[in-house]
Design a protein. Sequence first.
Lengths: 64, 215
Amino acid sequence: MNNKLKVLRAMRDWSQADLAMHLDVSRQAVNAIETGKHDPSLPLAFRISRLFELPIEEIFDDSV
Amino acid sequence: MTPSEPVDRHIEDDSRSMLWPAVRAVLFSLLAVMSLGALVGFLASMAEHGWKHSPTAYLALVGIVLVLSGSAWFAFKAMRALRPGPASPRTVKARNMLYISGALGAVVGFALQLGEVDPDMLLEGPLSPGVALFAIAILLVFVPIVSWIWWRNIDEHEAQAYKDGALVGIYAYSAITVTWWFGWRGGFFAEPHAMIIFLIVTAIWGLVWAWRRYN
């Protein structure tokens, strides 16, 4: 699934490791989500949404 | 700056694959463990013969120590490359459980090396009862505890990588076991060996897990 995680992370000058710390996941998980290899679960998607204070639909895009 | 605007600030490219550092860490760790086993066996043999050996034997001993030291060092460096930057407490706890699992395996391997009655019958020979009980206690008591703590602390990405590995592993187990069984009954293969199948399936499970986790 496409997403704006890398852009949102860059706006806060965070590395993948920094974002992983905030989300309480591993850096590999953040990398997998950013590169589209892993779609986050609903609870993780909500944590991402609350962290960046944006609706889930503005962060993730499931259109083909 | 909105999410739709291009990012013109330099972002450290930390999206590189961790697969090859993970493979290096595993291979060098295996080499270190095997070297340690060779060192223990070599020393036991030398002690048995009263430490009267040719200079060549002592040179070989130095060589084994060098291989052990070098592989341990490269394994350590590869493992450090796997974790750039800070990590959440959960990630650290899960990682520590992996290290403890590896250490338990090394301890059991070391004990097996000491307890082998006939080293030529590696997978089938008798073991001293104490070593066998020790290995069973590790397997039935400590491994479940460590595994439970690890499972409770991994994130969903690693959990999915683990399940993917398990799925491929069970298919591999089905294919290998049944094929070997039919082949044995048809006279093509030797009798199926449970531990060899277990080792192959475990290796496949681990490789798929590593690929999904670190690639």
